[in-house]
Design a protein around this ligand. Structure first.
Ligand SMILES: CC(C)(COP(=O)(O)OP(=O)(O)OC[C@H]1O[C@@H](n2cnc3c(N)ncnc32)[C@H](O)[C@@H]1OP(=O)(O)O)[C@@H](O)C(=O)NCCC(=O)NCCS
Length: 204
């Protein structure tokens, strides 16, 4: 059953948010910007990946019309806060990230296209999105959650300083699921956090 880090599915696995300032975000290697038509092909390709289908709430099967709806409706909304991630070097498509905001709390969602994994691109992108959430959007806390066997996502969050906050039940597509949860507050140090080995694996 596909799911996502945040409840409330849209066509890329996480629903949108609140952000009137969609200025580009740049990191050492990456550019985050509002998704547009030029991303559709890459999003359709990437979302055929079994891990993205399993760990996020994208529609399955994922069709071109889903990506078109995402860029034309979801991402085009003035209060949207979803981002396409591309490399600065040659504009290679890397993935998508989003920050849903409610009551001063942000909830992260993200995925990386399979060919681009293993380069720590998403860690770099999410660190910048966290900065943006605190500094521009003005949230005080950012939450993360993932299925228990999503070790890569857990390691990414732990490396960014998210504190593990245990398991809880989340409802996705009408089904209750156990998820690991974590959060980062504005005043927390941005240093790698120790998480239970059962969550991040024995070698972490
Ligand atoms: C989660 C995701 C974005 C991580 O991207 P990535 O490029 O694989 O991440 P990195 O290369 O930076 O690796 C992150 C960490 O996970 C580890 N890792 C990567 N793949 C792993 C795997 N299959 N099993 C265990 N650990 C793994 C890496 O070693 C690294 O840990 P380290 O920093 O302690 O060395 C990517 O795997 C993805 O898009 N997965 C599918 C969608 C998804 O899960 N989205 C998040 C939902 S919560």
């Amino acid at each position: 059953m596909p799911r996502t880090v945040s409840p409330g599915a849209t066509d890329t696995g996480f629903r949108t948010v609140h952000n009137d300032d969609m200025a580009d975000i740049r990191t050492t290697r990456l550019r985050l910007r509002r998704p547009d038509e030029s991303d559709v092909d890459a999003i359709v390709d990437a979302c055929q990946d079994p891990d993205i289908q399993r760990f996020t709430l994208i529609p399955v099967p994922y069709r071109r019309t889903d990506a078109e709806h995402f860029v034309r409706v979801v991402a085009a909304h003035p209060r949207s806060s979803v981002w396409t991630i591309r490399t600065l070097l040659d504009d290679t498509f890397v993935g998508v990230a989003g920050l849903r905001v409610a009551d001063g709390v942000g909830t992260l969602g993200y995925w990386c296209a399979a060919p681009q994994r293993g380069r720590r691109y998403l860690g770099e992108a999410i660190a910048a999105l966290v900065d943006h959430g605190f500094a521009v959007v003005g949230v005080d806390t950012i939450r993360w959650s993932a299925l228990p066997d999503n070790v890569a996502s857990a390691r990414l969050a732990a490396a960014l300083g998210f504190r593990y906050t245990g398991r809880r039940t989340e409802t996705a597509h009408g089904l209750d699921e156990q998820v690991n949860t974590a959060e980062l507050s504005r005043s927390d140090p941005r240093e790698p956090c120790v998480w239970p080995k059962a969550v991040v694996g024995p070698n972490h």
